[in-house]
Design a protein around this ligand. Structure first.
Ligand code: FAD
Ligand code: NAD
Length: 467
């Protein structure tokens, strides 16, 4: 079987590894580097940057533990931080490339597009234009589109890479911004606001809504707002940026209601657009949906036989983990393996603010709307002995269980390393464990996960026959 994969982000490279494992002849085409935007520009660089920012916070927070280091004595060598970000991304990309080559995947560098002469063909034709302009034609029984997404650019706020920036451009700054205005308070905006304040930068966060992180758990977002407030972030709510312009060494952001904010730099985090233009989709008869995303079903099939799509270009859920799973599912499906369709209800995700917000399963908003009947219990970390020892001031664990059976259907953790602490909840949701199962599980004493087993104990009497 010949398979062509367009795009070497998590969706594309994970799919390539699966297909190669099954003995398929796999060609992976990528305009940039292995690992895609995820590894080179988005997820991996931002999380590496956030790790450095956390180093300064550890010093700032040491005082309450009786360790005295003046925060004014802490120097941030931003050139080294940025160099580390770039080096780590490149190393990760090289690792992925080596893994793909070792698995027998053929890697082609260039821009791929469909060139089928008519729709409805059993074999699809992909043309690859290399950087030097040379052209290679490929034919395949199956094609996976895994072309990802790019930062959304507003026509009235064009990034110049110096003062008006996308999140991909911040690592080329030679100095930390004096006053950073961040437009957009979704996950990307909140993560950068958190990291820059940790580095001691003055931040103004422009939110189009009444709160930060409008799509996240409201209790968790309230914690982040309180933390931001304590760190001196100016949060401008109900504010839509209409115009962002440079004035010498400054940037002026004009809001829809006429208010103006002046800062040294502006970071635009207003979402992403799918990379689905110039792919020749019309040649194969794929029609994109709202926002330009490629519609797919739960086994990653597009409307055209033999063509699959996975990852950010589908807009299903813009996470690396989901992209990778969609890509693997596409290959398992095409190569004839029995495959369970994608289940979004078991996806765990994390916002890498400080503290972090991790979630799995159903959300508070779905519970409040009555979409899923459930009992909700929340425990502040302040009651947890380990949290007290660590001097943690913020955070909580929250669980959602079915009322009659006690089956765990969702959870939220706000705290340090919440991305790690969510796993017991994710295991519970994935395997339909009950509150009683959690209650009977040994957690280490003292530990933050002790609060998760405590949630189980407080809810176990709802377990009924399944306990
Ligand atoms: C700032 C930021 C931080 C993030 N942090 C996280 C996180 O912590 N955890 C998480 O799970 N997710 C995170 N995400 C989301 C995650 O990065 C994406 O969900 C993930 O990158 C999607 O992977 P993908 O394979 O669909 O596409 P991408 O990673 O975007 O890769 C697509 C690749 O396709 C290539 N391509 C496009 N068109 C063509 C063509 N015609 N021919 C050849 N190649 C082509 C591109 O060059 C690109 O390399 C973050 C996103 C952002 C913006
Ligand atoms: N840790 C992670 O897993 C992680 C990190 C970053 C991004 N992501 C994923 O990437 C996707 C995109 O997230 P995102 O935060 O980049 O985008 P987003 O679309 O979620 O948020 C962008 C925000 O900008 C606002 N906005 C748009 N135009 C505006 C304007 N003119 N003025 C003010 N505000 C404006 C929107 O209302 C929205 O709230 C999400 O699915 C997210 O899960 C994940």
């Amino acid at each position: 079987m010949r398979i062509v994969i367009i795009g070497a982000g998590p969706a594309g490279y994970e799919a390539a590894l699966v297909a190669a494992q099954y003995g398929a002849e796999v060609t992976l085409v990528e305009t940039d580097g292995a690992g895609g935007n995820c590894v080179l520009y988005d997820c991996v660089p931002s999380k590496t940057f956030i790790a450095s920012a956390g180093g300064r916070t550890a010093v700032r927070e040491a005082d309450q533990l009786g360790i005295q280091v003046s925060i004014n004595e802490v120097d941030v060598d931003i050139a080294r931080v940025h160099a580390r970000v770039s080096a780590l991304a490149m190393a990760q990309s090289n690792d992925i490339r080596s893994g793909l080559l070792a698995a027998g995947v053929t890697m082609l560098s260039g821009h791929a597009r469909f060139v089928d002469e008519s729709t409805g063909l059993a074999l699809h034709n992909v043309e690859v234009t290399a950087l030097d302009g040379s052209i290679i034609n490929l034919q395949a029984e199956a094609v996976l589109i895994a072309t990802g997404a790019s930062p959304r650019v507003l026509p009235t706020a064009i990034p110049d890479g110096e003062r008006i920036l996308t999140w991909r451009q911040v690592y080329s700054l030679s100095e930390l911004p004096e006053h950073l205005i961040i437009v957009g308070s979704g996950v990307t905006g909140a993560e950068f606001a958190s990291a820059y304040t940790e580095l001691g930068v003055r931040v103004t966060l422009v939110s189009s809504r009444d709160r930060v992180l409008p799509h996240e758990d409201a209790d968790a977002a309230a914690v982040i707002e309180e933390v931001f407030d304590n760190r001196g972030v100016t949060l401008v709510k109900h504010a839509r940026a209409d115009l962002v312009e440079r004035e010498g060494d400054q940037v002026r952001v004009t809001l829809a209601d006429g208010r103006k904010i002046v800062g040294s730099h502006c970071l635009m985090t207003v979402g992403s657009v799918p990379n689905t233009v110039d792919l020749g989709l019309e040649k194969v008869g794929i029609v994109t949906g709202p926002g330009g995303f490629i519609p797919v079903d739960r086994v990653s099939r597009t409307s055209v036989a033999g063509i699959y799509a996975a990852g950010d270009c589908t807009g299903v859920l813009m996470l690396a983990s989901v992209a990778a799973m969609q890509g693997r599912i596409a290959m398992w499906h095409f190569l004839g393996d029995g495959v369970p369709p994608l289940r979004l209800k078991t996806v765990s995700a994390n916002v890498f603010t400080h503290p972090e917000i991790a979630t799995v399963g159903i959300s508070q908003a779905e519970a409040d709307a009555g979409l899923v009947p459930c009992r909700v219990l929340m425990l502040p970390l302040a009651t947890n002995p380990r949290a007290k020892m660590l001097g943690l001031r913020y955070g909580f664990v929250k669980i959602f269980v079915r009322p009659a059976t006690g089956i765990v259907v969702g959870g939220v953790v706000v705290g340090p390393e919440a991305s790690e602490l969510i796993l017991p909840m994710a295991l519970a949701v994935q395997n339909r464990l009950t509150a009683k199962n959690l209650a009977y599980t040994f957690s280490v004493y003292p530990s933050l996960t002790g609060s998760i087993t405590e949630l189980g104990r407080q809810l176990m009497h709802f377990d009924g026959d399944l306990g």
